[in-house]
Design a protein around this ligand. Structure first.
Ligand SMILES: [Zn+2]
Length: 345
């Protein structure tokens, strides 16, 4: 067996200082040379002499870290796999040194900044994206604990949480939430109007303004119109009423944008709400069967599994239409939050 003695060295330390020495002669005719003060040896991946060479180690760790980061970002991996590679292969280079090397906050901040700019230049991190949470009064009171009184800046009721802002604020319900609701109703109305040939040109949904009544030999379509019944019925104004002449059917369509966890309840609520009207309409319009179609998309864009079935009842294909409605709601929820936060707290 041969020892790789050329890789060996000895370090003489006297009272905490590196001392000069002649090396050590082993029994074989080999001389182990002396490690000078400027040189280092590696132990568990760390370059050290008497202590760890902090500056040098930090530099080389950063070099390896950036090299791996750029390699991942330049690869053809998908976004998800890039994140996996980052967590499993890039980040550990740094993690290994935590607790061994003493990183200062300034150094870590500089590192963080560089990672962000690198990611932005590789289109992985939107330049205007913010990793901060949304600063509602509720967040300031309970998370930041900055003494803010948690009262909604718009309706002055206690509890300005994000949930309150996107679907619970009474000051926004007649303006902001109504507009969001109408966007979805307009998407659906236009889709039906096109299907029955009541309009002949498709407009972007935010430009489409539904007519109160559209009619031809195939269908009659009402928009936001109270139905006058013999008996007084309070819930008599569904968003859309469709009478399909060929199928001899009437559909009462109503749209709701509840908070996420109220998804299923919102749907059954709509169904019971219009039950009386459905019976009355059937009686009034020659006994045609009337169906209630609840269309529910949550403020964060969730939809119940039943939605595609409801759209099929209307003779519409779910897929792209559902996506379009979800997208419209999400964009408008984001707009509502932005506008809300621009009000002074
Ligand atoms: Zn409020």
């Amino acid at each position: 067996m041969e020892l790789g003695t050329d890789k060996c060295a000895i370090l003489h330390v006297e009272r905490g200082r590196v001392a000069n020495s002649e090396g050590v002669d082993l029994s074989m005719p080999v001389n182990l040379r002396t490690l000078s003060e400027a040189e280092t040896y590696r132990y568990l991946g760390m370059s050290q002499n008497i202590g760890i060479d902090e500056t040098g180690m930090k530099q080389s760790v950063c070099d390896v870290f950036y090299a791996r980061l750029t390699k991942v970002l330049n690869s053809l991996l998908s976004g998800v796999n890039k994140a996996h590679a980052y967590n499993g292969w890039v980040m550990p280079v740094l993690m290994y040194t935590f607790g061994i090397l003493r990183w200062t906050q300034t150094e870590l901040n500089a590192l963080d900044r560089k990672v962000r700019t690198t990611m932005t230049s590789h289109r992985m991190h939107h330049p205007r994206s913010s990793d901060q949470v949304i600063k509602t009064n509720n967040y300031r009171r309970y998370i930041l604990k900055d003494g803010t009184v948690d009262i909604c800046r718009a309706c002055r009721h206690p509890g300005e949480s994000l949930r309150h802002v996107i679907s619970g604020c009474s000051a926004l319900s007649n303006s902001e939430y109504l507009q969001r609701h109408n966007l979805v109703a307009r998407i659906l109305h236009q889709e039906l109007a096109l299907k029955y040939g009541l309009v002949d040109r498709k407009l972007p949904y935010y430009k489409y303004l539904p007519e109160a009544v559209l009619e031809n030999d195939r269908a009659r379509l009402y928009w936001d119109r109270a139905i006058i019944t013999d008996r007084t019925i309070l819930a008599n104004k569904p968003d859309i009423v469709l009478m399909d002449r060929a199928q001899s059917r009437i559909f009462l369509v109503d749209i709701t944008i509840p908070y996420d966890e109220n998804l299923v309840k919102a749907e059954t609520d709509k169904q019971t709400k219009y039950l009386d009207l459905a019976h009355e309409v059937t009686d009034m319009w020659g006994g045609l069967p009337t169906e209630i179609i609840p269309v529910v998309v949550s403020a964060n864009g969730l939809i119940p599994v039943s939605l595609s079935g409801h759209l099929r009842q209307l003779g519409l294909r779910g897929g792209p239409l559902q996506v379009q409605m979800q997208k419209a709601v999400l964009l408008d929820t984001a707009r509502i939050v932005r506008r809300f936060l621009s009000l002074s707290p």
